[in-house]
Design a protein around this ligand. Structure first.
Ligand SMILES: [Zn+2]
Length: 185
């Protein structure tokens, strides 16, 4: 677990091994972990050696009508996959069981909606049109978080693949707009 470098306020909610991430040549060798802050993908080689760790911040998962934008999809070989839509792109994680994918969708929704419930209790009793207002309040809270520096630092770097400038938060995985390659900032 050392290599995960979890933050002091970061806890593991659910984890799954034998996950596949990438093209048709990828193997079921990766491990996926959902914490209260990040979706963490541990890419491993066939002998279990860790090749890379990618973090996808949970607060960048899109939310629509109070649902996290994560669905059960299908890989080209027919196996189920967890599809997660972030504000700056989407990620697909291949699983071996539909039931497990559904468990993950439930867990992600509970995590995302759990944050909304906190806001509901604070503000929604007096305000009609709850969903819209709840989301603008959430935006405000996120902005406040920015001000106090709890979020990662914004950085710009060159794409590893094509050299185009890309920007995002430190530690975040960002998809290059020019060549489509994902990389960690
Ligand atoms: Zn590029």
């Amino acid at each position: 677990m050392n290599q995960l470098n979890l933050q002091s306020d970061e806890v593991v909610i659910i984890r799954q091994d034998r996950v596949v991430h990438g093209g048709i040549m990828a193997n079921h060798t990766d491990e996926l972990i959902l914490t209260n802050l990040n979706l963490i993908l541990i890419s491993k080689g066939i002998f279990g050696k860790v090749k890379n760790i990618s973090r996808f911040p949970v607060d960048q998962i899109k939310v629509f009508n109070g649902n996290a934008q994560t669905i059960l999809g299908k890989r080209s070989n027919g196996l189920p996959q967890l599809e997660v839509y972030f504000t700056n792109g989407q990620e697909y994680f291949g699983f071996e069981s539909k039931k497990v994918v559904k468990d993950w969708i439930k867990a992600i929704n509970q995590l995302v909606l759990g944050q909304d419930f906190t806001i509901d209790r604070l503000d929604n009793k007096t305000i009609p049109g709850t969903e819209f207002i709840a989301s603008s309040i959430k935006d405000t809270i996120n902005t406040v978080k920015d001000v106090f520096g709890k979020k990662p630092v914004k950085v710009t770097q060159e794409c590893h693949s094509c050299g185009a400038p890309i920007s995002g938060f430190q530690g975040q995985v960002v998809r290059c707009q020019y060549c489509g390659m994902n990389q960690q900032m």
